[in-house]
Ligand binder design. Structure first.
Ligand code: NAP
Length: 283
């Protein structure tokens, strides 16, 4: 029976730390500001944006929401980002994805100033993660590293297996584990012998997007299992890990919900604070 890695507790600790630093900056006359852009009416995106706004408010971060209509043109969106890039009161800019299909996501992301790119999707920030000289890390892998640190689980010398190679989770996750001296294998849909590779993992991160994909026979006794998945099946949320069976083998495991999910917004707050400090010449 494994130890539960509780994302609600750990994210609360991160938020408390960030809120304290935001208050200290405010006392020096420095306000922290995040601009969140949403284009169109995607219901899931609207919920994410509302949650981000709520988190900002709770921590004393000023949030400005730019809700643009579905038919917003590329040049209108680029104009807005251009203005926010030059706006001193805004430290972080986040453009909620996915964008409507007529907008070029790559072009839009690349137009956000790297100093204000709190999602860490800009190629400059992606490159900086690669060379281990970074200010921002995409929020989900950043949250996972925070969880490991909180739980005193060091990747050093461990076999770390990441299932999934997306730009927002799998690839940066692999790099962060590597920077902490893990021996990293990144798996994907073309990987052969996935089960054997997973069985060798001391730390196993599942970011696949398929409910209960990781079964107990893929997990080594005593492994640490991190479940990134958020899969809705008949209205219920499932992770990528078959939690009930895997928890009997793992030494520590994150649940879904209440695991990695709550960490993501907490790390967005952390990245926004980092941006404000950098832009004000602090740290
Ligand atoms: P994604 O872009 O769809 O990537 C999924 C990855 O899984 C791909 O690299 C894919 O391989 C790999 N994969 C698919 N089927 C596989 C198989 N049979 N064997 C091995 N690998 C396989 O997804 P994502 O954005 O990384 O997200 C992954 C999951 O995490 C989703 O459930 C998402 O909702 C969740 N998520 C949660 C949070 C959070 O805050 N908790 C944040 C972000 C994402 P190929 O590259 O070969 O196609």
């Amino acid at each position: 029976m494994s130890r539960l890695i509780d994302g609600k507790v750990i994210s609360a600790a991160v938020k408390e730390r960030v809120g304290g630093e935001v208050a200290a900056l405010k006392a020096k006359g420095i306000m922290v500001g995040l601009a969140v852009i949403i284009v169109g009416d995607d219901p899931a995106s609207k919920i994410y944006v509302a949650n981000k706004k709520k988190a900002c408010e709770a921590l004393g971060i000023i949030s400005e929401e730019y809700a643009l209509p579905e038919d917003t043109t590329e040049s209108e969106l680029l104009d807005l980002i251009g203005r926010l890039n030059n706006e001193k009161r805004i430290n972080g800019i986040l453009c909620q994805l996915p964008l409507p299909p007529h907008l070029d996501e790559k072009l839009i992301i690349n137009s956000i100033s790297p100093e204000k790119d709190v999602d860490a999707f800009h190629p400059v920030n992606v490159g900086r993660i690669m060379i281990g000289d970074y200010d921002f890390v995409p929020c989900t892998p950043a949250g996972i590293m925070e969880m490991l640190k909180y739980e005193n689980i060091s990747p050093e010398g461990k076999s770390c297996v990441v299932i999934g190679r997306s730009n927002i989770v799998g690839k940066p996750m692999g790099m962060l584990l590597l920077h902490k001296n893990g021996t990293v294998t990144i798996c994907h849909s073309k990987t052969k012998n996935l089960k054997e590779i997973c069985l060798g993992a001391d730390i196993l991160v599942a970011a696949v997007g398929r409910a209960k994909f990781v079964t107990a026979d893929m997990v080594k006794e005593g492994a640490v299992v991190i479940d990134v998945g958020m899969n809705r099946v008949d209205g219920k949320l499932y992770g990528d890990v078959d939690f009930d069976a895997v928890k009997e083998k793992a030494s520590a495991i994150t649940p879904v919900p209440g695991g990695v999910g709550p960490m993501t917004i907490a790390m967005l707050m952390q990245n926004t604070l980092t941006a404000a400090k950098k832009q004000n010449g602090i740290a």
